[in-house]
Design a protein around this ligand. Structure first.
Ligand code: NDP
Length: 255
């Protein structure tokens, strides 16, 4: 009997999978049997990551796409090029940026850049891919949220607003697309060691705060996030939509 978690024969686009959490999600999806489209802005970064994955999982399991998720025309063209190679069954909206500065000083340009990259991108890529999924009557979208989907911290106001918005965008996608066979869910990682958080890992005060504030007592690793994404991308979660699963070592469960 085939496992309901099996993704053999499914094609997945993971935005921002040239490194960090997106790359770990790509690996988890490949291990579950999916074909993965590795994505980022930098063609060089995408090509070199895809070459490494092709060595491990075979060249037929991996392809590439490079486009800016904040630019509507680039998204439309990038998704069309990707879908010309085969329809997408799974979309993981993972690309994101951070900006740390007290809100009293944040420029409108920096605010807009974060909102556009972390929230508007999921709307743009989501609806572009959903058009094909709706026509085929099936698809799974996973939006990568954050503990800042629920909780705020000083100096990351735009990120907190974007990640909170992503939860409700996930619900809006469910409201409009669930009846057409397209599920949308979120995965909200806690503090994970990646390039985005390296400065925090290197800051002894912040590092001690994360270790003390996370009930399991450690930073998350990118590999910790993939299991929840595989579940939400697969038939094992076929009656789950509009939800956000926190993968945070217990951080949001305990004060
Ligand atoms: P990284 O900075 O390590 O990687 C970001 C990825 O996104 C890269 O592949 C980058 O590729 C791509 N990217 C960024 N901007 C764009 C853009 N405009 N268009 C296309 N691709 C883009 O980030 P993480 O792995 O740490 O984070 C990934 C996601 O996980 C983000 O949404 C983040 O908010 C979320 N998250 C991270 C946590 C953490 O602790 N690290 C915790 C909770 C959530 P390129 O540079 O080539 O554009």
């Amino acid at each position: 009997m085939t496992s309901p978690f099996d993704l053999t024969g499914r094609r997945a686009l993971v935005t921002g999978s040239s490194r960090g959490i997106g790359l770990a999600i790509a690996r988890s999806l490949l291990e579950a049997g999916a074909h993965v489209v590795v994505h980022g802005r930098s063609s060089a970064g995408v090509e070199s990551t895809a070459a490494g994955l092709a060595d491990e999982y075979g060249s037929a399991a991996v392809s590439v796409a490079a486009f800016d998720v904040t630019d509507e025309q680039s998204v439309i063209e990038g998704v069309a090029t990707t879908e010309a190679e085969g329809p997408l069954d799974i979309l993981v909206n993972n690309a994101g940026v951070q900006h740390r500065e007290p809100m009293l000083h944040v420029s409108v340009e920096d605010w807009d850049r974060v909102i556009r990259t972390d929230l508007t991108s999921a709307f743009l890529v989501g609806r572009t891919v959903a058009r094909g999924m709706i026509a085929r009557g099936a698809g799974a979208i996973v939006n990568i949220c954050s503990v800042q989907t629920d909780l705020a911290r000083p100096t990351i106001g735009a990120y907190t607003a974007a990640k909170g918005g992503l939860r409700n965008l996930t619900k809006a996608m469910t409201a409009e697309w669930a009846g057409s066979g397209v599920r949308a869910n979120g995965v909200a990682p806690g503090y994970i060691r990646t390039e985005l958080t390296q400065a925090l890992v290197d800051d002894p005060t912040f590092n001690a705060w994360v270790l003390g504030r996370t009930p399991v007592g450690r930073w998350g690793e990118p590999e910790d996030v993939g299991g929840a994404v595989v579940w939400l991308a697969s038939d094992a979660s076929r009656f789950v939509t509009g939800q956000v699963v926190f993968v945070d070592g217990g951080m949001t469960a305990v004060v």
